[in-house]
Design a binder for this molecule. Structure first.
Ligand code: ZN
Length: 280
């Protein structure tokens, strides 16, 4: 059995602050990396206990060099570093049996979601897929679905767990903290959540056949509402990106993976335009 783990960071046990997720910080970031690696290891242990013989972990936050490979649980491999065409799903391919989302966070605009944002918090005001506001959970589940792979486990705060249950019927969720503000949560200590995550992974794989891969209706329509009109204008340099209004662009494609890559390209371009593309 082959398991793919996409590991973000904001939803890790104990994390409540951007300082714990940013390499620009020192002491708090190092604590955050340990919290994240501990949660990932719990998911790896659960997968192996349930019969996985291959576990591939993709470091999926910021510069994507957060997970401490020297502490990674035996039996797993790690994709580390950025510039990935499939971003948080890089490394997944048809033939994997299931996907876990570990340390995920709620989509931008979820009032009580800890550190809620969608892909690039400083760039994206809202992301819509076929008319519905979506976060990383739904977008990445669509990538897995396009490859015929179900997402069977998500760990994170209460709000992202709700988001996952709403979008992905049958998914197993492990809530490691009750978030009540963008910057505050009531946290269960890692000493306890690790057992919860390990058990959750085992349970998820025990009823593997019951969760279906997410099928997104095609052609898929992605809309990006940028925070800045400058981002929208520059993203439209790509012929496949069409303007909707001053801050919103649209991407339509009959292939979900192709659409996602266009979306990701538009976000990169939009981000580079925020301060003037040639100014930095
Ligand atoms: Zn993140």
């Amino acid at each position: 059995m082959k398991i793919f783990i996409s590991a973000d960071m904001e939803g890790a046990s104990g994390i409540t602050s951007t300082k714990q997720c940013s390499p620009k910080e020192t002491t708090e970031y190092e604590r955050g990396r340990k919290f994240l690696t501990g949660d990932v290891n719990a998911a790896v242990r659960g997968a192996i206990a349930a019969g996985a013989d291959e576990v591939l972990v993709n470091d999926s936050h910021g510069p994507m060099t957060n997970i401490l490979i020297e502490d990674l649980a035996e039996g797993a491999r790690l994709i580390s570093g950025s510039n990935k065409p499939l971003l948080q799903m890089q490394g997944l391919e048809p033939g994997f049996d299931a996907v876990f989302f570990v340390a995920y966070h709620a989509r931008e605009g979820t009032g009580e979601g800890l550190l809620n944002h969608t892909i690039m918090g400083s760039v994206v005001q809202e992301l819509r897929c076929n008319g519905e506001s979506v976060g990383e959970t739904a977008i990445n589940a669509g990538i897995a679905g396009a490859m015929g792979v179900p997402v069977v486990l998500l760990t994170g705060d209460r709000e992202v767990a709700r988001e996952a249950q709403c979008r992905l019927p049958g998914i197993e969720t492990v809530t490691v903290k009750d978030s009540f503000d963008r910057h505050a949560s009531n946290c269960i200590p890692p000493s306890r959540t690790r057992g919860m995550i390990e058990d959750g992974a085992r349970r998820a794989l025990a009823h593997l056949g019951e969760v279906k891969p997410l099928e997104v209706e095609l052609p898929v329509v992605f809309e990006i509402a940028f925070r800045s009109t400058a981002s929208a204008a520059m993203a439209c340099l790509f012929p496949s990106v069409k303007p909707v209004d001053a801050r919103t662009v649209e991407i339509v494609d009959g292939d979900y993976l192709a659409a996602f890559k266009k979306l990701w390209g538009a976000l990169i371009l939009g981000r580079s335009a925020m301060g003037g593309v040639l100014e930095s």
